[in-house]
Design a protein around this ligand. Structure first.
Ligand code: PEP
Length: 254
């Protein structure tokens, strides 16, 4: 953590809580966040719950995010949802390039960059996910893989002037209960910040880089305590308001 950057905790609900439970969970989180004034909190429910959760969060300090968008603003793309549509629903953020989309839906670095850029066009702030697979780490390719993923979004990061967020999520740590060590996390975060710094030292100072991968209440403080970690993107633990709020509390006190 660095005093220049306000911590951010984002909850990725994935394909859970698309119905009435979404509002209950959002209300529980919003009530808990009311007493936390030194951390930003974002909830990313499924598309079907966005409008209802937006209404639930109205007047609260919790912001709304989506989990994906199409790179075009409109068109004949059956089943897809665009940035302007997400903004109309009340979203301020959108996750792009999550590993489940890269690996299960074949999203390339170029498509991820196009989506992140489309998010800015729609006045949404992207949370761009990057990270290596277990095979890539085992073969010693972690840094080049992540560097290539970041390279694709550098123009977008420059355009976002420190408002866009990067999330380093080692694929092997997502939903597995296996955390990266603080040394592994800090090494990749420092590399990402250094890569951004070559573009602009000011931009690197202000861009928030989250860690994601089995973050829970009991390990959040340790992970977020790394110098270049500015918060967390939380999957499984974001479905439980008490766990998620404990992570947000850890972020604000770390
Ligand atoms: C995620 O889906 O972005 C994630 C980090 O999941 P989990 O916290 O469950 O590992």
């Amino acid at each position: 953590m660095n005093a220049q950057r306000r911590p951010l905790i984002a909850g990725n609900w994935k394909m859970f809580n698309g119905g009435p439970r979404a509002c209950d969970l959002a209300a529980e989180v919003a009530a808990g966040v009311a007493s936390l004034d030194r951390v930003d909190v974002v909830l990313c429910p499924p598309f079907t719950a966005l409008a209802a959760v937006a209404a639930e969060l109205d007047g609260h300090r919790v912001e709304l995010g989506a989990q994906n968008l199409h790179p075009r603003a409109s068109g004949a793309f059956t089943g897809e949802v665009s940035g302007p549509m997400l903004a109309e629903c009340g979203a301020r953020w959108v996750i792009v390039g999550h590993s489940e989309r890269r690996h299960q839906f074949g999203e390339t670095d170029e498509l991820v960059a196009a989506k992140a850029s489309a998010a800015l066009d729609a006045r949404l702030l992207p949370i761009v996910c990057v990270g290596e697979t277990l095979a890539e780490r085992t073969e010693g390719h972690t840094l080049p893989v992540v560097r290539h993923q970041i390279e694709a979004v550098l123009p977008m990061l420059e355009r976002a002037r420190g408002q866009a967020v990067v999330a380093y999520e080692p694929v092997w740590a997502i939903g597995t209960g296996h955390n990266a060590t603080t040394e592994q996390v800090q090494e990749v975060h420092a590399m990402i910040r250094g890569q951004i710094a070559r573009l602009s030292a000011e931009l690197a100072l202000h861009t928030r880089i989250l860690y994601g991968g089995s973050v829970k209440a009991d390990n959040a403080a340790t992970l977020i305590g790394c110098p270049d970690v500015d918060g967390a993107l939380v999957g499984g633990a974001s479905l439980d308001a008490r766990q998620f709020l404990a992570i947000a509390r850890a972020a604000q006190t770390t």
